[in-house]
Every structure is written in C-alpha cells, then in structure tokens.
Write a protein that binds this ligand. Structure first.
Ligand code: ADE
Length: 489
C-alpha cells in the first residue's frame, strides 16, 4: 500500500507516523508514506497558499491551484482514491478502514484555515471523510488517525493475524477487559477464569464481558447487536439451510437489510448483504415478498444467493443472470459454470486430523502459481487472488518446499479454491488441505461450509468423509451481468 499525504505541515505527518508499530512496518516496506508539502506548489512569490473567500466571511481559504498542482505531481495521469479529511465528510468507521485497506494507493488531502476552494475538491476528491463531530484546526491529525486504522489492517503490520480480527467493534461488540502480570495489583485480583487455562470458559467469559461492556458504554451498538442476535437465533432454527447468512452475520461482515416474519408460508423475508464480497443472500416467503426484496438489493451487489426458484425470474429482470459459480468439470483443469449449488456444512466443533503435514499459510510468493491454476472467472481473477493471499485466507501444500496445491476461504466466508496438481492426486493431499482450512475456521469460532456443484456426487462423498453434511435446499448463484455483457468486479 502507498499512502500519499498532501499537507502544509509535512513534518507533523512524518513524525507522527514514523514511530512505534507503524514506523517499524514502514521500515519493513509493508507500506510507503509519501508526504507532499502543498506550499512547494504555489505560484505566489511569498509561498502564499490561501486567500479571502468570495462573498466574505471569517478566515482564509486554501486556493485551488497549489492543491491541484500538488495532486498532479503525485497522480500524474492516474486516478487515485483521494480522501479529503473534513468535518463535513461521512463518518470514518472500522468498515471504511477495511474498505480503504484494500486499495493499492490512497491520497489524503489535509485542509487548513477555513477549508479549500470547492472547485478543486470537485475535480480530485473521491471520498470526504470525518473522524467525528468536532472541529480540529487542520486535517493532519484526522489523516493520521485514518492512516493508522488502515495500516494496522495490512498484512504483517501487527505481526499477529488474530489481533486485527478481534478488535473493538468486531461483530458490533466492544472488546473485553484484558489483564497481565502480576495476578494481584493494588489488591485487585485477575479474574479466576483467565488463570484456569480452559479456552472454552475463557471465550464464554470474554463474550459475556464484551456484551455487558457494550450495553453500558455504547447502547447504540448494543441495540444493533441484539437485533442481529435475534435474527441469528431465528436462522439457527433452520441452521442446515441458513449457514451462509448466519456466518455472514456472526463474522460481522453481513448486514441485515430487511427481516420480517410474514407468518404465511413459514419462510421469513430476509435480505442479508455482505458488502465486502458483494454477496446478497435472501429468502422470500412468496413472489410478492421476492419483488419487494429485489427492490432493496444494493446497487453494488455482484452476486445473489437464493434458494427459491421463483426468485430467478424476478432477479433476471434486474440484470442478475444464472451464469453462476465456476466448478472443476473433470479435475483435469477444465471448469464449467453452474448456477445450482449444493451447500454443505461442518457442525462438529472437533478439529480434523491433517495427515499431510506440509500445509502452511501462503504468502505473495504463491501468487503466480495460484493464478495459473485457479479459474480466472471466479471471484474476479487476479485481484481477488491477491486480496485473498493478503487476507491470510489461502493455504498451500508443499513437497520439498515446492507448492503442489492449495485451498482457502472465499471472501464471502465459504471454503473453496481447492486445487491439487494432477500427479499428486489420490494421496489425500486435497483432504488434508481442506481439513487444515476447517481447523483454521474452527479456531476462529466459525462454522465451516462450502458450495458444491449440485451434480458432483464424488465431491459430496469427499465432503461427507470429512464430516460435512448437506443442506436440504439447493442454492442458486446469480451473477450481475450488465446489459453490455460486463460483470461487476
Ligand atoms: N478537519 C477538522 N476537523 C476534522 C474532523 N473532525 N474530521 C476530519 N477532518 C477534520
């Protein structure tokens, strides 16, 4: 990731971000920071960059010319995602940080005085973002706040994969209290449960603490959490058919856009959207509900997963076609697209044994190998693969340090992307890769599930051997195909 910052106070940014964890990460080239002094681009003789606002009013405005020239010096002819830090922007949230962390390059524009000439903002700004409902003297501190929140999500920056995931605001809950040595300090004892070494009890205690802390300190978040839990409970009563929605909600990626019990067919009307992967999951009680839900599909949705066949026609009218997902056709590198998938889930909490020992998380070194063996169409090609590696979601099997197969977790949360070189098949390597991924997901408290080509009996058998069982319904995967034949990526 490359961060560029346009500012009148370059030392402030360089010093503020050059320390601690971020300083170390920049030293390791995990990201780069390019700080540009806007004043270097003024055409005024005395280095002036501001002037009085037309129409009068208090204070001075930053002029368009130096800001634009500083921007051009960085961007050249490229279009870079440009964030104007301003109290009038959309609120900066963990979700926004996650979204921005997926860019290759970001440019922050820090305002000063009373703001910046609107005309240059119109030309270069893609996002206006605020860090809160208060006004600071300039944009440098907000820019640093945002860069810190984004940079800590980049692979390797925290040096511990788990810590970025278990942060405050994960799944709408604040983090639980933490304790370190000594066991007693100022007469206060570390809670007994944390000393006993029982992971299950520790996890339960932490969840309980997170809930009560959130209820006390952030009633707004707590209300959101309770609503979500109610729906998860409802989905749980039909777990076998709802695991994709439950997982999207429980992992914090999914948002409930609509949920209501129509009381008619026993089906609920539910629309869950995972904005990160662009997957919209829905069930509708009947066609009328289906049409109403279709109206609520977000404009940037790329996939729809449904289990009611009558929804197909309704959604085709909204540019969703049944070209579906890509599955291996013959295990020899040929692939075919199918809209109808079976869904399988693994509900035991016990980890699986991994017989083939050389399975490890993959790094960027594996990128070209995966691109070569993974079908271009699924999930958006090379960018998708790069993103999955960076998220730490791909695992590889090695033979004498050479990669011979891989498997992973899709951005939407299902297991998949399984591949083993033909000459290495029949030795249980695919099974071990999958078992390894299952164990990783269990370790994160997830319920592993996957999609199987509805006609692929051999694949069902393999999954059953591992302990997966099949949902009663089949699922239809529809892909957004625009009128010009393009798909959204
Ligand atoms: N500039 C001044 N105050 C700000 C705020 N609250 N957020 C973002 N930029 C700002």
């Amino acid at each position: 990731m490359k961060f560029h910052v346009l500012t009148l106070f370059p030392e402030m940014i360089a010093q503020g971000l050059g320390q601690g964890i971020l300083g170390k990460a920049a030293g390791k080239q995990l990201f780069t920071l390019n700080v540009v002094n806007i004043r270097d681009y003024t055409q005024e003789r005395h280095g002036k960059v501001d002037d009085y606002p037309y129409g009068g009013g208090a204070g001075m405005l930053m002029q368009a010319q130096p800001v634009y020239d500083a921007y051009k010096a960085v961007a050249g002819g490229r279009k870079i995602r440009t964030i104007y830090v301003t109290p009038q922007g959309e609120p900066f949230t963990q979700k926004k940080a996650r979204e921005l962390s997926e860019e290759e390059e970001l440019l922050f524009l820090c305002g000063h005085y009373e703001g910046i000439d609107e005309r240059v903002l119109e030309e270069i700004v893609t996002d206006s973002v605020s860090i809160g409902d208060y006004v600071l003297t300039g944009g440098e501190l907000p820019a640093m706040v945002m860069i810190d929140a984004i940079a800590r999500l980049l692979p390797g920056v925290l040096g511990n994969d788990a810590s970025a995931e278990e942060e405050s605001f994960h799944c709408d809950l604040l983090e639980y209290p933490q304790y370190s040595r000594p066991e007693i300090w100022h007469g206060k004892q570390v809670p007994e449960v944390l000393l006993a070494g029982d992971h299950r009890k520790t996890a339960a205690w932490r969840l309980e603490q997170s809930i009560s802390r959130t209820a006390r300190r952030r009633p707004d978040l707590y209300e959101k959490y309770c609503k979500k839990q109610d729906i998860i409970k409802r989905l749980f009563s039909e777990k076998r058919n709802n695991i994709h929605m439950m997982e999207a909600l429980a992992s914090g990626r999914g948002e409930i856009l609509y949920a209501a019990d129509t009381g008619t067919s026993g089906e609920w009307d539910i629309l869950v959207y995972d904005g990160e992967s662009g997957i919209c999951m829905m069930t509708a009680a009947d066609e009328t509900s289906g049409k109403m839900l279709a109206e609520r599909i977000p404009a940037d949705a790329r996939w729809i997963v449904i289990s009611q066949p009558f929804m197909k026609e309704i959604l085709e009218k909204r540019e969703f076609s049944d070209s579906g997902r890509t599955f291996p056709e013959d295990r020899k590198g040929k692939f075919r697209e199918t809209a109808l998938c079976g869904q399988m889930l693994y509900t035991p909490r016990e980890t699986l044994s991994v017989r083939y020992k050389e399975v490890h998380r993959l790094s960027e070194k594996a990128f070209s190998y995966i691109c070569l063996h993974y079908p271009e169409k699924e999930g958006g090609g090379e960018d998708y693969i790069r993103e999955r590696i960076r998220a730490g979601a791909l695992y590889g099997a090695f033979e004498e340090e050479r990669l011979i197969g891989f498997a992973g977790v899709h951005r939407g949360g299902s297991l998949g992307m399984l591949y083993v070189e033909e000459s290495r098949r029949g030795r249980g390597i695919g099974e071990s890769l999958e078992a390894y991924v299952v164990n990783q997901m269990l370790g994160k408290g997830r319920t592993p599930y996957l999609y199987v080509d509805e006609k692929d009996i051999a694949m069902y058998r393999l999954q059953e051997k591992l302990g997966f069982y099949k949902a009663r319904k089949n699922f239809l995967w529809l892909k957004k195909v625009l009128a010009n034949g393009m798909t959204l990526c």
